[in-house]
Write a protein that binds this ligand. Sequence first.
Ligand code: AMP
Length: 398
Amino acid sequence: MNILVMNCGSSSLKYQLINMETKDVLAKGICERIGIEGSRHVYSAKDKDKRVIEKAMPNHSIAVNMVLETLIDKEVGVINGINDIKAVGHRVLNAGKYYPNSVIVDENVKNAIRDCFDLGPLHNPANLTGIIECEAAMPNIPQIAVFDTAFHQTMPPKAYLYAIPKEYREKYNIRRYGFHGTSHSYVSKRLVKFTGLDINNSKVIVCHLGNGSSISAVMNGKCVDTTMGFTPLEGLMMGTRSGDIDPAVVEFLMNKEGLSVKEVMDILNKKSGVLAMSGISSDFRDVEDAANNGDEDAINTQEAFSYRVAKYIGAYVAAMNGVDAIAFTAGVGENDSAIRGLVCKYLGYLGVVINPEANKVRGKESELTTPDSKVKVCIIPTDEEMAIAEETVALISK
Ligand code: AMP
């Protein structure tokens, strides 16, 4: 059974075609600069050479059709016809209050995604366009929406309520939503399995540390808290996002620098975080190199990042009254042993004992702690495309 996973951005379309029996990625690619001059389609298929097709893609409809044509192409394609695709799983950013799970797309689902445009102005419109174009190109193939927010819908009010007037909260649905839900769902389940826990009696913390970073507390398989909020700006410091900050800084900067709200939000989203604190790069590899050469700003950045991760872990241990296992995932979590080591230095009070040799591992499902450690700390690689594909199969098999 082949599942096509689609992730549509405002000017891009990323996709993977996965054989769910063998878990092989048959083909994957990205259409870039859709609607902009210089658009191109980068395509790679299993056992075939990578292809870069430079062709105008004035809109998503043309991009979707180009992807399908490539997948069935006699020379570079991997399937005989469109009907070899059983279903399409779409990554959708925000389902607002509407859906706590993935759903098969119908008119109601499309209306709900449309109704949440305000909550994900950059992503939701593009996600909906992707769905509509796939429906048009593959009219008999089910389309599934997999929401980044869905896994976090089980949070209790005490975790998702903001302390602002009810009038505004209710009028505009302002609350903590949380993001990276597909990753948190996938990694928490793998962690429970990998550590031999009973999901119905488990307390785990997932640290998704990548360019965007978030942590979730998952109790008995259900999310009870997460660090991202109304938007992905809240919580941890990230590659270019500030994370938690006193909102008064926004007004202060506007007044002092004569900036608009949009300009300050742009600074907080795109020019802050690891990039701003290090003054070097948003990429932890560059920061680590500089730290190893004694750069003080780089050292402070690594320490501030790890300190914040450790503080949230502490908060979530309190929220769940304990923790059985902790997972590191995503680019930094899976690969950066320095950051993992710095975070784990704070976890002695939990009885965490790290095996330094095991902590050298990169990108592989593995345990970092010694057998006598009271809490297991593991690397669990995330695979958001596979998670979307699995959700899709689960829904169409019901
Ligand atoms: P992601 O958003 O999950 O793709 O993660 C991307 C980030 O992971 C990059 O910006 C890097 O900072 C980080 N990263 C990837 N590989 C490594 C590595 N080998 N060591 C340290 N950081 C890494």
